[in-house]
Design a binder for this molecule. Structure first.
Ligand code: UT7
Length: 336
């Protein structure tokens, strides 16, 4: 039997830091509103001349590959998660593969938005446990500032999101079933497409001509739309459900987790979920304050930063959960 073991992590943050007060001249907003409603103080915005989605993903992956001591021929599957790909097609996975000089391995693109990392973990788990892959590179990268409307019309979205990339290397480890607290213990994913339009960017899409008309641009149809309060409400319910399901499936209670890393959507959501599951605030890992919501990169970025700072130690049990556009959601339990 095989289990996926976390071998290494890597990350990339764009150089440009954008403080809340930098947004104030661009739209009717304030540092106080953003901090109070979301917990965010600053985020990074990429410079698209060099920090494209695939390039940032490759920068993060290079660090993860180095830390794993893997060469370009070692990974046998690349999984790339993003909602902000370089191109409409092909997916950003092949672009990162080219950038990294990886062999002709399959490149699988995941479109599960903020749940992309958990979806990626579940795919990697299935590949490794079935013996189809031994070494998997999972990259999550977001260059979503390119999609933001920095004006009052777009403010409920544009003050929240930031750019970043993170990557992990997962390796098949022999597993005799005796120690269930080993490697990627479990992952689960769900979706409910009835709410697809509550958090959506409709264009470019093939329902309308993908050639953007001036009217489409004027109506803001090339930009993300979010029904914030509805997303907030569903998020809190689905986070709790996913984590409760994880506890039931693994038989490992929340009390036994060393760390909880929620998708960094809003600090109020994270605190609410932690309190519902009686997870002490000291076990809650948050980086939204200075990273914003980095969509699929948020969990692996927080994981990487907490490992690098020494907060997460080998052997620690880490619960993770995400919720996002789709709606999609999921959870995973990992021993580092
Ligand atoms: O990562 C994917 C999942 N995403 C999430 O889970 C995000 C979920 N939603 C949220 O985090 C919150 O709904 C937001 C942070 C987006 C908004 O916070 P809220 O407390 O739900 O505010 P609201 O949308 O109910 O808006 C309250 C007021 C409105 O004004 P009126 O109608 O009361 O006059 C908004 O127009 O705040 C206004 N507003 C803003 N004001 C200043 C909305 N955005 C802003 C802004 N600055 N950036």
């Amino acid at each position: 039997m095989w289990r996926a073991k976390l071998k290494s992590t890597g990350a990339y943050l764009p150089q440009r830091e954008v403080l809340n007060r930098d947004l104030e001249p661009l739209m009717e907003t304030s540092d106080a509103w953003i901090q109070e409603r979301s917990g965010i103080q600053s985020r990074r915005f990429s410079d698209l001349s060099n920090e494209t989605c695939s390039k940032m993903g490759a920068f993060a992956a290079r660090e993860a590959l180095e830390r794993a001591a893997w060469s370009a021929t070692d990974p046998d599957l690349l999984i790339f998660s993003t909602l902000s790909p370089d191109y409409y097609f092909p997916g950003a996975g092949v672009l990162a593969q080219r950038e990294l000089g990886l062999a002709n391995i399959p490149c699988l693109d995941i479109r599960a938005q903020c749940s992309g990392f958990i979806y990626g973990l579940s795919v990697a788990q299935a590949y490794i446990e079935s013996g189809r892959a031994n070494r998997i590179l999972l990259i999550c990268s977001e260059a979503q500032s390119a999609l933001m409307e920095l004006s009052t019309r777009g403010r409920n979205v544009s003050v929240l999101f930031g750019d970043a990339a993170a990557a992990i290397c997962l390796e098949a480890s022999p597993f005799d079933g005796s120690n269930s607290r080993f490697g990627l213990i479990d992952s689960l994913v769900h979706a409910d497409g009835r709410f697809a339009e509550e958090l959506v960017q409709q264009n470019p899409g093939t329902r309308q001509s993908p050639i953007a008309s001036a009217d489409m641009i004027g109506r803001g149809e090339m930009l993300p739309y979010m029904n914030g309060p509805a997303v907030f409400k569903h998020a809190t319910v689905r986070f709790r459900e996913a984590l409760t399901e994880l506890i039931g499936r693994t038989g490992i209670s929340a009390e036994q987790w060393d760390w909880f890393i929620p998708h960094q959507a809003n600090q109020r959501i994270s605190l609410h979920v932690a309190s519902e599951l009686s997870i002490p605030e000291g076990k809650l890992i948050s980086n939204i304050q200075n990273r914003g919501n980095t969509t699929s990169a948020s969990i692996p970025l927080a994981l990487h930063e907490s490992i690098c700072s020494g907060q997460i130690q080998p052997g620690d049990l880490i619960a993770m959960a995400a919720f996002g556009s789709g709606f999609t959601w999921g959870a995973a339990l990992l021993q580092y």
